[in-house]
Write a protein that binds this ligand. Sequence first.
Ligand code: NAP
Ligand code: 8YV
Length: 313
Amino acid sequence: MRPDVLVIFPLRPRAMAQLEASYALHHLWRAEDHDQLLRAVGSSVRAIVTTGERGASAALIDRLPALEIVACFGVGIDAIDRAACARRGVPITNTPDVLTEDVADMGLVLMLAALRNIRGGDRWVREGRWRTEGPMPLTVRAGGKRLGILGLGRIGKALARRAEVMGMSVAYHGRRRQPDVPYPYFASLEELAREVDVLALTCPGGAETRGLVTAAVLDALGPQGWLVNVARGSVCDEPALVRALVERRIAGAALDVFADEPNVPEALLGLDSVILQPHAASGTVETRDAMAQLVVDNLAAHFAGRPLLTPVG
Ligand code: NAP
Ligand code: 8YV
């Protein structure tokens, strides 16, 4: 009998076809009545397929007594209740590495788009202001600026490499100094923010990092400082960020992630100093296919009794 798998959100088509061939899939995302589906199949579900955004709550996990594994399409697992999985001895897999370069690309693109006011320039052309008013207002050079990275992991390091190519200097904050990296370490995030022109967030979400970027950190970044967030919306105190932007206490922000996705604070929508993306940093065909394949391969390894490819430690 094919193992029962609960699909919280579908993956890429080729990966879904592979899953269809090997498992009995139960699609929570298209069930009109979640409760009814869980009552019908919950007792036999052996695996969850989910995404970084949708995760898996303790309430859901508790309804699946036969659960053996949670396979996440995404590296960030802050939306999965790790404690509930640990209590039940259920391993979690994620999709590290395969998305690193694309997410770092998005960090770089967002940073440059903010500093060079790419949105404003595009609008300047479309609205005919180039013809009527002449050149657009000047923008800010990236080269020579200082980039601070909160969370110098896989993505943070890939972003740092890109920033160095742009002629930027790099410093970082994390829970500890990393002896093998050449960049200056700041034990205090506020001190780092004071020292840099751009603060980029590339750490995990979740309880440990919730609200790390406070109003005080934003004030330390200051009116010439920019915030780039490709981590999780929860890492930043979003109301404090909105206030800092509205009051021009920071120069601008480039945001791929938000506290309550897909809801974005109304106040951000009208601000020229902000560039927004819909949590799209890993969203290339190539990366999403590789992430989806990793989900499929982790499940295959689990059900074949082989070691998982990318278990969360
Ligand atoms: P990673 O390699 O594990 O790097 C995470 C870094 O964050 C580590 O260097 C870690 O350093 C630091 N960190 C962890 N906890 C911290 C804390 N409490 N305070 C300060 N720093 C902390 O992970 P990754 O693969 O680079 O991914 C990072 C995150 O990016 C993911 O978890 C996810 O939330 C986000 N992401 C977003 C997108 C998107 O679409 N926007 C896509 C992929 C990933 P220390 O251990 O030294 O503290
Ligand atoms: C999303 C991400 O998971 O990997 C992560 O942590 O945030 C993203 O890659 C992706 O949008 C899939 O839903």
